[in-house]
Design a protein around this ligand. Structure first.
Ligand SMILES: [Ca+2]
Ligand SMILES: [Ca+2]
Length: 126
């Protein structure tokens, strides 16, 4: 059960989670389907059903999927971000690109900071 998956398979559960997350955001943004500024019951319940299905589908593996997300290394995070960018779609493409670019930048920054912290640890221990 505790098999360490080979590289590439180590985010197999995190990937559908990220896909559902992108679909969830899409659903939130497009909840007001007829764009009248109000969310009616049918719009709301369709979204709730979609969300419920996604949760049920991933329920058994959600803990493991979150662990994979947390433990993902930089190439894996980049892969997951690509999955998100692929699934995430706004009508406003400019805003979509801005959000996707920001997430990508954050990954870059996080990777650089964690590398730097490791370097500090090495220097301080020597
Ligand atoms: Ca996109
Ligand atoms: Ca779009």
């Amino acid at each position: 059960m505790d098999v360490k998956l080979i590289s590439g398979k180590s985010i197999d559960l995190a990937t559908p989670l990220v896909q559902d997350f992108a679909a969830f955001i899409n659903g939130l943004v497009t909840l007001d389907k007829n764009r009248d500024g109000k969310i009616d019951i049918s719009e709301g319940s369709a979204f709730a059903m979609q969300l419920l299905q996604a949760v049920l589908r991933n329920y058994a593996t959600i803990g493991e999927a979150l662990t994979q997300l947390k433990d993902a290394n930089s190439p894996e995070r980049k892969e997951l971000i690509a999955v998100f960018q692929d699934g995430f779609d706004l009508r406003d493409d400019e805003l979509e690109q801005l959000i996707e670019g920001t997430i990508s930048d954050l990954e870059d920054i996080a990777t650089r900071v964690s590398t730097r912290i490791k370097e500090w640890g090495t220097v301080l221990r020597s």
